[in-house]
Design a protein around this ligand. Structure first.
Ligand code: SAH
Length: 345
């Protein structure tokens, strides 16, 4: 097991075989309530603490931590067993703090405009490696006097390509870290079987779909997996998800200059949203620069007129402010390989 957070409570009981059950509860509480290290679990005997420290390692080795937005965005770069690297982002907002987690090292979906997609796939993360990202970001958040309220699976990787591990992490976040499922969001490139699996799971997490184009020809070019799961199948899965959950679905739309920001794009997008009414919401994110993609983000006035056009067509749309562009922490910039500046705090 790479991380102590890979263990279930039953695994721990087995590992601590011979110690009374309340000890297991104390360990679990140290891990999930206090979020501390074994040597700080002073309610346990010293010898047991030392044994636990040795037998329950953490999986993520900190490499760098970068800070942006006057301290409101923190990006963590971690090294995993085996040497691959992943990133996690903590974002503090007035009244809410969100952790953006990675679900895979790299990504196999090959969206050309995304830095993670440009780098290719290395491996799936385990449940513990996902939960540990939240635990570590929450530790930092607590040091800053803030409680983590939301988790988004919008870091590196395609969460629904690693659905079982992601789902087990969601259960741990909900049941053990005390994060309400309604404050957890899974973002997908549009893996239809994964969306259908998610709709059958017992907790009502939010679904976000990275759409970026509203006709198959354009989407095939931007999001290659569209050739396998074209828009009509994707929209059918979204409609079924909506029917099962009665939760608003979000569509992510990275605005790319001259590519998907034309009036005709807004009209097509509104057409798709109408099939999900009244419960679709569009998030417009001006494309962030990445090394492997020449096209730039739409200028602010085109973003604004695209938004206005959607609203006029009856679609709710929000322009998302970009976080952490200067530390390569913004949407689509997580590459875990580029040099990062470590800001002193
Ligand atoms: N694989 C999942 C999770 C990644 S979430 C998914 O595709 O949804 C990261 C979000 O940032 C996705 O919506 C992705 O399409 C978007 N994105 C990728 N590259 C981007 C870029 N260069 N600028 C802005 N958004 C980008």
């Amino acid at each position: 097991m790479p991380s102590r957070y890979d263990h279930t409570r039953d695994d721990l009981a087995e590992l601590l075989d011979g110690t009374p059950r309340y000890r297991v509860d104390q360990v679990w509480s140290g891990m999930y309530d206090r979020l501390t290290e074994p040597d700080e679990w002073t309610n346990l005997p010293t010898t047991l603490r030392a044994e636990l420290a040795a037998r329950l390692p953490m999986a993520l080795t900190p490499v760098t931590e970068s800070v942006s937005d006057a301290g409101d965005t923190v990006k963590f770069l971690w090294e995993l067993a085996g040497g691959s690297r992943i990133e996690t982002v903590l974002m503090l907002y007035p009244g809410r703090a969100t952790v953006c987690v990675s679900s895979q090292a790299g990504c196999a979906m090959a969206c050309g405009f995304c830095a993670t997609g440009q780098a290719g796939f290395t491996r799936h993360l385990t449940t513990g490696e996902i939960v540990e990202q939240v635990v570590r970001a929450t530790r930092r958040s607590r040091q800053l006097g803030r409680r983590v309220s939301n988790v988004v699976f919008m870091g590196m990787g395609e969460p629904l390509a690693n659905e079982a591990a992601v789902w087990a992490a969601i259960e741990r976040l909900h049941h053990d870290l005390g994060l309400s499922a309604r404050h957890l969001t899974v973002s997908t490139v549009g893996l239809v079987p994964g969306i259908r699996a998610l709709a059958r799971r017992p907790l009502p997490v939010n679904l976000a779909v990275s759409l970026h184009a509203a006709n198959d020809a354009d989407r095939d070019a931007l999001v290659p997996i569209n050739r396998r799961y074209p828009l009509d199948e994707l929209m059918a899965a979204c409609r079924d998800h909506l029917a099962a959950r009665n939760r608003r679905i979000s569509f992510e739309w990275a605005m790319i200059d001259g590519v998907n920001d034309r009036p005709s794009d807004a009209i097509e997008l509104a057409g798709l949203c109408r099939t999900l009414r009244p419960a679709a919401h569009v998030n417009l994110i001006p494309l962030n620069p990445t090394p492997g993609y020449p096209t730039v983000g739409s200028p602010p006035d085109r973003v604004q007129s695209f938004r206005d056009r959607l609203e006029a067509l009856g679609v709710n749309a929000t322009v998302r402010r970009n976080r952490g562009t200067d530390i390569d922490a913004a949407c689509g910039q997580l590459a875990a390989g580029q040099p990062v500046v470590l800001s002193p705090r």
